[in-house]
Design a protein around this ligand. Sequence first.
Ligand SMILES: C[S@@+](CC[C@H](N)C(=O)[O-])C[C@H]1O[C@@H](n2cnc3c(N)ncnc32)[C@H](O)[C@@H]1O
Length: 311
Amino acid sequence: MPETYLLNRDAEETRRLNEQHKVYVTYISPTIDSTTILQLTNFDPYASKYSHLTDHLHSSLGYEIHPTATASLPPNATIADIGTGTGIWLLDIARTNPSYVLHGFDISAAQIHPDFNSSSNLHFHLSDFKQPFPPELLGTFDLVHARLLIFALQAEEWAPAVANLTTLLKPGGYLQWEEINPAPATYVLRTKPTASTTVFQGELNTMLGSGEAIVQSASQVLGLLRDGFGKSLVDVKTDVVSSEREISQRGAATKVMVGVVVGALKQRMASGKEVLDEERVERVKKDMAREVESGAYLQFYVHCFVGRKEG
Ligand SMILES: C[S@@+](CC[C@H](N)C(=O)[O-])C[C@H]1O[C@@H](n2cnc3c(N)ncnc32)[C@H](O)[C@@H]1O
């Protein structure tokens, strides 16, 4: 399938997506405690996905599904996650809601968790969300979720994508979509004036200016998404949280952004935009790690939009 997608899909990116999920869930969890946050930093959901730690995350599940949408869900809710990646968002929901029927959609199966082949309530669809969905799926979902598709959409594609995802909803069903607002992450910040930021800032600048017009300005993207919601849905709400909401998450948030920058570099090399040079990738990773150690960090916001299909 032809596709425009700025990140790569190797094992490192798979780990990063799962790591990122922890960070996101933590941001939107008002009760999660700092001990858990520390544990989360070392937690690999693939290695021990049914540990006490995911139990704790599930006790905070209100933050994964917006409370307005949660309140509307029937006991046997049918939920779709579009651009599901590893399927981590659905896997978390499956644990505490075994009666939910969960469908992950992605244009690639490269990162999907093996449980999607073996579990009766977890289904995977190879599917391009820019194309019409199969007629038998239209109007069948209580909740459709999307997260972090910023790298997959051009400016003119946001509103049609929202409209297309809405076709999957039952009347009265909810669409929930979270995107990062990278505006504060345009500049690598310093905890100390002596901290070094040169390599990190240079790679960030290259990624942001890669000329693909995929990384639009944050306000443009968020405006486009809000407009899309306004056109297709009613009762639209927006929540905004900062990666600094829990200050102890600063390191984990920075790690996520380091991963984005490295992933984009690898993807530019894989696509021939830059010379393939694995040593350079390793060097950049080491330099950025050293800069982070010296006090370089990034902050960003997460915006969550939720809206209801009329009916
Ligand atoms: C950054 S990942 C986010 C994964 C997941 N939503 C999460 O938050 O963990 C973006 C995902 O969108 C998928 N994707 C990109 N373009 C797509 C398209 N046109 N249709 C369906 N999925 C797409 C990618 O394959 C990737 O798995």
